[in-house]
Structure formats: C-alpha cells, structure tokens
Design a binder for this molecule. Structure first.
Ligand SMILES: *Cc1c(COP(=O)(O)O)cnc(C)c1O
Length: 399
C-alpha cells in the first residue's frame, strides 16, 4: 500500500479474533472449528483474520468464492478451505489445483469436478475431498434430499474423488421464537434422514456439518464433526437472543469486538442557531454550535440514511449526533455550543464511528438496529477505501 494521508481507518484487533475462536472452540467441544472468512473476513481483512482464527484453534477456513480461497493460498495458508457454494464449471481446475474443498450439489458439478481432476492431474494428496450440500429448508442452494443418494453415488464412482461430508444450512438458528425452534428441529430431522439414506445405500459419510455461529451456541444437536462460525469470530453475536445466551452460558467473558472504525476531525466551524448543514439543509441547529467535519462518508460504508436514523459518533468520549446528511466523503457532527457538554473539540481529535472511546461505545449492532439491518451488513459494508490497521499479535499460526 502507498502512503496514507486521510485520517480514517478500521482498526482490527487480531488478538480478539484469536480469543473469540478459542471461546467458540470451547463451546463447540469436540467439533472442529471452521472459521468462515468470506467477504474479506466480513470486512475485517482477508489474511490477518484467517491467521488469527487458526491461531485461536480453528482448523478449517470457509469462503464463498474460489477467488477468496486463492488469496489465502497465496498468503501461504495451507489448511483445508471449504467453498460454501458449488464452484462454477470454469473454476473447477483452480479448485483442484489449489486443493480447495468444493461443495457440490448438482450432477453437473460432480462431472465438472471429475473432468478437472483428470485435466489437472496429481496434486499430491490423494483424492479430492468433496462436501455435498443438501437443502433442508433454507432454499438457497443445495440438492433436494431425494437426490442426495444419487449424488453421493456419483461422487463415490469417481476414484479421484472422496466424499468428505454432507452438510446443510439452517435458516432461523438465530431466532428465539417457538416457530423458529420448531423449524430448526425440522431441518435437523430432514438432514439426518437424508444422511441415513446415503449410508443405507452403502456410501459412507465420514463427517456432517450444520451449525453456523447461532446454532453452535444455541443448538447443541447441530454441533457435528465441524461447526462453521463467522460473525461470532468477529466479536458480534448473530442476534440479541444469542447475545443473551452467550452472556449467561460461557466460561469466559464472552466475545470481544474486533473492529473499530476511527477517524480524526479534519475541519471545524462555529455556526449560528438555525443554520442547516449539509445537502438538503435538513435540520436547523438548535443553538449556536461547533460543527466538526470528519473525512468519511457513504463511499466508505457509512450509510447515507444514518442521519435520518439518528446516528452518533464519539468525540472526546461523548456521543455527538450528525448535523446533516452523510455525504460521499465527509460527515458533519454537531458538537454543541462552545464550552457546552463534554470536552471542547479540536481539529485532529479522534472520532469513533464504531468502537469504544472513554466510557462510551457504539457497536455495529447499534448501527444495524438504527438502520433496520444486521451487523453483518454493516461490517461488510465498510469499504475498501478504509485502510485496515491490524493491532495485536497472534504469533505465526496457519503458515
Ligand atoms: C456465512 C455462512 C456461515 C457463517 O454464518 P455466521 O452466522 O456468520 O456464523 C455458515 N455457513 C454458511 C453456509 C454460510 O454461508
């Protein structure tokens, strides 16, 4: 990376990732922890987060795209990497060449993979491991339960392929209502029946896996040989219900947040009562006020509607409301009357958009609540223009 001039960055505490991985590992018991690091590690950065999770005890990684796995291989990470969707046919050679673990759920997928194994040839570790995905009610991707036996047979008919696992994904594991719990049980029952049919047909299923973060914490029956944890690694509970369970049921002090989004005040003005800062002149200042400009905007992942949604930032350990709508590269913050509440604000002062400052904290979940979304979307939305600054230490695992 070249020189950085703009005072805006996301601080990534890899020690917290390591802590969270270790905590999840203890909850998962004998299940292997697979760290889900798709989408640049949920916006935290591709490689440091993967290394930190491995150093905290994860043994597998999972990503959405072949491209995302290649980044980890090129960084020298050699652990098994599960692809959570069936790679497109034109990605199968790379999948085999990089020794990734593809998920497959169509006959065409098995065929494309078999052809890739033929054309890429020996990659040094015996047959290519395949995980079959069955749809049990999420209805996003996966084979019909009624097609699973045939698919498993197709895999076992190719000598260079080895069926490593059958898996599924839960739709409402983070829910706390009775209908949610019933649906999760239904998915588990459908899954177990589908796996039993494969084995009854004479194909051994060495592993199964089902659980995401929410299920790992809340649904013990979903913890199979492997658990796939994403959001919790980053120190964010998948839902309020899961946050409560974690607060009560864990031997440790719970999850540690990993990301904080920080900047510095770049410009200050004192404006008269009634002035209306920013585009649209949306809100009059209730009194003569200091208005601070902070050089981050919606191009950096700060949604424009955070103004309407009542968003705050922290400066000097005090919550301060936005003074007008978020613009592409900048926000305006109402710091109140000079000499008013809290410490006076100066150019260069640290601004916290997400994270802790003094006794105050703004979480990704708070943004999500205000914006009517989930913390996952907030974190993945922090744009590539924001440099990720890694702090903490996790040694040299995952080489
Ligand atoms: C993203 C993803 C996960 C991780 O889910 P979290 O809720 O972030 O723990 C697990 N499994 C699949 C199939 C996914 O797509």
């Amino acid at each position: 990376m070249g020189d950085r001039f703009r005072p805006a960055w996301a601080q990534i505490d890899v020690g917290a990732v390591r802590h969270n991985a270790a905590l999840l590992g203890s909850i998962a018991g004998t299940s292997t922890l697979c760290a889900v690091v798709k989408a640049d590690g949920y916006g935290h950065g591709a490689v440091p987060v993967a290394r930190a999770a491995l150093s905290g005890g994860a043994l597998w990684l999972a990503v959405a795209l072949v491209e995302e796995a290649v980044v980890r291989r090129e960084a020298g990470i050699e652990v098994p990497i599960l692809l959570l969707s069936e790679p497109p046919p034109n990605a199968m050679n790379e999948t085999v060449h990089r020794r990734l673990v593809p998920t497959v759920y169509t006959p065409a997928g098995v065929e494309a993979l078999a052809r890739a194994v033929d054309s890429v040839g020996e990659v040094g570790r015996g047959p290519v491991e395949v995980h079959l995905k069955v749809d049990t009610g999420m209805h996003r991707v996966g084979a019909d339960a009624s097609d699973l036996v045939e698919l498993a047979n197709r895999v076992s008919a190719v000598p260079q392929l080895r069926l490593g696992a059958v898996w599924t994904h839960l739709a409402v594991a983070d829910g706390s209502t009775e209908p949610d719990r019933e649906f999760t049980e239904l998915q588990l029952a459908r899954f177990d029946r589908a796996v039993a049919e494969v084995e009854a047909d004479g194909v051994r299923v060495p592993w199964t896996h089902v659980a995401n973060s929410a299920a790992t914490v809340a649904v013990p029956a979903s913890r199979r040989q492997l658990v796939r944890c994403g959001i919790s690694l980053y120190g964010v509970a998948p839902s309020v219900a899961i946050a409560e369970l974690l607060a009560h049921g864990t031997p440790d002090n719970g999850l540690l947040p990993v990301l904080s989004f920080r900047a510095q005040v770049s410009f200050l003005r004192e404006l008269e009562r009634g002035e209306r800062p920013s585009y649209g002149r949306r809100r009059p200042l209730p009194e003569r006020s200091v208005v601070a400009t902070v050089p981050v905007g919606y191009a950096d992942g700060l949604p424009r509607r955070l103004f309407d949604a009542g968003g705050h930032v922290l400066i000097g350990g005090v919550r301060r409301p936005l003074a007008g709508v978020v613009t592409m590269d900048q926000i305006l913050v109402d710091c109140g009357p000079r000499g008013g509440e809290g410490a006076p604000v100066s150019v260069g002062d640290e601004v916290v958009l997400i994270g802790r400052q003094g006794n105050e904290e703004i979480t990704a979940s708070e943004w999500a609540d205000r914006l009517g979304t989930i913390a996952y979307e907030v974190l993945c939305g922090i744009g590539p223009r924001v440099p990720r600054v890694v702090v903490g230490d996790v040694g040299h695992a995952g080489q």
